[in-house]
Write a protein that binds this ligand. Sequence first.
Ligand code: ATP
Length: 373
Amino acid sequence: MATAAFDTSAVRAALEEYPPLSAVQARVAVVGGFVRDVWLGREPRELDLVVEGDAAALARSLGGEVAVHDAFGTATASGEGWRIDLAMARRERYPAPGALPEVEPASIEEDLARRDFSVNAIAVTLPDGELIAVEHAREDLAAGRLRVLHERSFVDDPTRLLRLARYAERLGFEVEPLTARLARDAGFETLSGGRLGAELRLVLAEADPVAVLARVAGKLPVALDPPLVEAALGLAPPESDRGMLVLGASVSEADWLEGLELTARERAVVLACRDARVPADTTPSALWRAWRGAPIEAVAVAGARGDGEAARRWIEKLRHVRLEIGGDDLIAAGLSEGPEIGHRLERTLAAKLDGDLAGGREAELRYALERET
Ligand code: ATP
């Protein structure tokens, strides 16, 4: 473990927007992505603290809201404009490949040794700014290189395969040759679907999830088509679940999805995207029949696979078209309640979409009342 007099002032300066950490009694350090990103001149995404002792007690001492998470002794403290994740320094033992580790309290130095890659196994103690890093960490950070800390790393925890792909892509780092070989020989077989699904969500939230997936494509049932995904993302409106769109456009085995513990909504989006096609008839009313109730992400994928203009018309305009009348108007005009009201409204909307109505409430009401179902 290398400890060194290194200029850690940039890390401490980056902490200015957080509550003062100088009053803390326990040995505590900023760790992982925060240190890495500040040194790389990147905006850090979140602040992780590791503490030799009780993380929940430290969280409470910061003021603000505190949530204590799990048996691993992790907590989150947050307030106006800040959020800090805290964890007890620990050593880990993997009872079986792919299983969750058994943990026990340890020093910050030992905690770094359980981490994924050398560039993430760097800590800066508070308040004095002592740098603690595993072997190779600083040279790897300087060279832009990802290196596991030991040969069993991917066997112990295959989620690290996805983490490797994410960092390589996001940071533009190369993969150190032994790490690359170990990654090539490893797979996700021992990993539970739930943990794989959780890690996949992180992949799908990256700026270029297809590029990340491409790095592990041989290990997952996906068939990647970058231009298709790009076209679909170009069509998808802002409220879309872009991650699930990417997964749905790429997945090649529906069965595999079952184990991933997706939410019902996520699963619906993925399955709809997987099978999405533009119908042969692209008149507005036909699009409405095909796509009403369909996840908007699936329409975007359908457009990328076929008639993009039809999908664009649906997304930008047709899906927003509504009648000015409702069932109450037809009942007030003398029709009795029942399914026929719905049929008449649907046919009237179809006519409105196809431009067969003069426009306005009166024309809609007349059309809905006059026509036989
Ligand atoms: P980012 O949030 O930018 O993706 P990060 O490094 O902050 O990167 P987190 O997922 O928040 O990533 O994890 C925090 C730190 O915990 C990591 O830097 C790493 O040291 C460690 N870590 C996270 N997941 C693992 C894992 N599966 N195996 C080993 N260490 C891990």
